[in-house]
Ligand binder design. Structure first.
Ligand code: AMP
Length: 436
């Protein structure tokens, strides 16, 4: 199958060829014709499946069918985080490079005036985070009367982050006649409620989640006392000569503390989370990608949607409160068809969280003790509750890497089916996710 056989224009096909894409990914194969047909679309897809091109390419084509008559925007793409909004906009700019389409991105945490200026010039596609978009609307910097297509990207994360009221306010301001596209990694009750009022007879698109407990990811647990975690992490980074490792902490405060300690230990590190200014986040990410810093410490929400590929190591400095986040985290490694390693430093007080994860992924993770770091308080060896497959929400056994070695064409190999299904929205038992 080719991009042109999906009905995309020569300009758009050329842009994908420039990117080295050979064939459409499974989500693209399904979503592109559906969006081109003008119907509403509800897609279950995570980052890494090629979803961005899945909605951007056909959206650009639909807009190109008629020229803009006013100032726009004609397509509105809402995304939960500044990073994701910026990345989606990069894709829009990239795929529309052979077209006259104009686009812009707006998000909070940076000056609003330059964004107002951009909007004044007129544009076709606007990518935005919900809060800043409403600010701009309230200041009369943007109007919605020409919106023909609305995209909610990572809708589940937007709800997790408390954007539901902003989203509803925005929906109320849009013209009733429009095409709606909703992308979400999971379909909780809240998402379903949102889709009911939003989507009209949608085409449903579903593909395998990438790296759902990817086979290519070697996973291990390092039992260690809480007080020894930083020292153990330093040792692992040094002994294994890791040059690029993404480390997850549960809280922003924990991310800052760990970064400081690593730096004191002579290991270059930076933290990325919601309290950091946009400039600091962008800088940290760029330095990490360039290899100027070895360790990027991130909270779950800040890390989500980051376009960092082919990481050889991911470390859970602390286990996430929500077991499904473990799957998201380890999905950061083992890409590009290469094997990756996901390590979790687990202290005895995290035994319950570990049991929840092992139950979800339906396997026990091997424990590896490091000499000199043996914990005083032992971890339970086996998950307490025996895994009950009928109740487990995740599905394993899906290991489709899709990055590419430099210079090689990029292709999404066929993946075995099965996507991770609904994630609990902050389970009562294990506490709500921390905001990033
Ligand atoms: P996404 O899921 O949208 O975050 O995309 C994940 C990555 O896949 C991005 O780096 C895209 O550039 C890349 N990508 C998107 N479509 C294709 C394709 N058809 N073939 C190869 N790579 C792709």
């Amino acid at each position: 199958m080719s991009f042109s056989s999906l009905g995309l224009s020569e300009q758009l096909v050329r842009a994908t060829t420039d990117q080295g894409y050979e064939t459409p990914s499974p989500i693209q194969a399904q979503a592109i014709p559906a969006v081109l047909s003008g119907k509403d679309v509800m897609a279950a897809a995570q980052t890494g499946t090629g979803k961005t091109a899945g909605f951007t390419l056909p959206l650009l084509q639909r807009l190109a069918e008629q020229p803009r008559t006013g100032k726009g925007p004609r397509a509105l793409i809402l995304a939960p985080t500044r990073e994701l909004a910026a990345q989606v906009h990069d894709s829009v700019a990239l795929y529309s490079k052979y077209m006259p389409t104009r686009s812009a991105v707006v998000f909070g945490g940076v000056k609003i005036n330059p964004q107002m200026m951009k909007l004044r010039k007129g544009l076709d596609v606007l990518v935005a985070t919900p809060g800043r978009l409403l600010d701009l609307y309230q200041q009369n910097a943007v109007r919605f009367n020409e919106v023909e297509i609305l995209v909610l990207d990572e809708a589940d994360r937007m709800l997790d982050m408390g954007f539901i009221r902003d989203i509803r306010k925005i929906l109320a301001l849009l013209p009733a006649k429009r095409q709606n596209l909703l992308f979400s990694a999971t379909f909780s009750n809240d998402i379903r409620k949102l889709t009911q009022g939003l989507l009209n007879d949608p085409v449903q698109v579903e593909v395998a989640a990438r790296n759902t407990t990817a086979e290519k990811v070697k996973q291990s647990v390092y039992p260690v006392d809480q007080s020894q975690k930083t020292a153990l992490l330093s040792k692992l980074v040094r002994d294994n000569s890791w040059e690029q490792v993404l480390v997850f902490t549960r809280t922003k405060h924990g991310a800052n503390r760990l970064t400081k300690k690593l730096e004191q230990d002579g290991i270059t590190a930076a933290a990325i989370h919601g309290n950091k200014s946009q400039g600091a986040r962008t800088r940290a990410l760029a330095e990490f990608k360039q290899g100027d810093i070895r360790v990027l410490v991130a909270t779950d929400i800040a890390a989500r949607g980051l376009d960092i590929k082919q990481l050889p190591q991911v470390v859970n400095f602390e286990l996430p409160n929500v077991p499904e986040d473990y799957v998201h985290r380890i999905g950061r490694t083992g890409r590009a068809g290469e094997s990756g390693h996901a390590l979790s430093l687990v202290s005895a007080d995290e035994g319950k969280l570990l049991a929840g994860i092992e139950k979800l992924i339906k396997k026990q993770l091997p424990r590896k003790e490091v000499e000199g770091f043996e914990p005083k308080n032992n971890l339970p060896l086996k998950p307490k509750a025996k895994a009950d497959p009928s109740k487990a929400r995740g599905r394993g056994g899906n290991g489709g890497g899709n990055g590419r070695p430099a210079g090689k064409p990029r292709s999404f190999g066929a993946r075995p089916g099965g996507r991770s299904s609904g994630r609990s929205q902050g389970s009562g038992q294990q506490g709500r996710r921390q905001s990033a």
